[in-house]
Design a binder for this molecule. Sequence first.
Ligand SMILES: C[S@@+](CC[C@H](N)C(=O)[O-])C[C@H]1O[C@@H](n2cnc3c(N)ncnc32)[C@H](O)[C@@H]1O
Length: 233
Amino acid sequence: MESGDLNLTVLSTQNKQAWDRLYGQVENLVWGRPPIGFLNEFIGFIEIPVSRRFRMLDAGTGEGRNLEPLLSTGSSVTACDASANGLHKIMTPGRLSNPIPCTHCDLSYMPYAAAMFDFVLLADVIETLPDVNSVLREIYRVLKPNGILLCNVPGLEDDISADDMIPLGINKFLYQGNFFYQFLSLIESVNLVERNGFTILRNELRSWSEEAHPGFRRYKHTHTSRVFLVTKA
Ligand SMILES: C[S@@+](CC[C@H](N)C(=O)[O-])C[C@H]1O[C@@H](n2cnc3c(N)ncnc32)[C@H](O)[C@@H]1O
């Protein structure tokens, strides 16, 4: 598939390889253990029924820093990512309070049945996807009717948007010449989720700081993102 002059298939393949190399080269956790800054607050907005099994998917889980808050809800949690090295760190014995199924796959073609999940988390992933529409369509497919997607979309106000980014196109970059990034305005991010079929429940700006990420970002930094809680209505 092409978008302007960009070959999305080639970009996506190179991008997935770059993430996998990173997780393979860094023995410790690149992202550390604390979950992404908005997760605990937004999990509190989700109604989790006690009467039946609530199924959660952490899509693009990386090394799994967001899994413990999902597990703490008592839900049945699954994780997936295109990086075998990232998933390997999650599956290390003793890493999680409960072992979970991990799937090695592309987010555009997940090997899950339609309407399988009640909730999908897509944390710090949208901005890294050359073909973001195909991923959101796939997430829509695997969500149950009235299922919930929690995701964040950074704009140019995010500290990292100016850091070592080689321009590829309008608001599209390669970080350190390897990792695809795009930054969307408020209107662009609202259009993105709505044109892929979702109804917005919450749309809020949040900032949080993160420590340096070994092998990836050398200093403590602040992230600013639009956080969306949306539903497959
Ligand atoms: C910035 S990391 C975020 C990881 C994790 N969600 C977190 O918050 O720590 C982006 C993740 O998306 C994954 N990813 C990027 N493109 C993907 C694709 N097409 N299919 C599956 N995973 C992908 C990468 O392997 C990487 O782990």
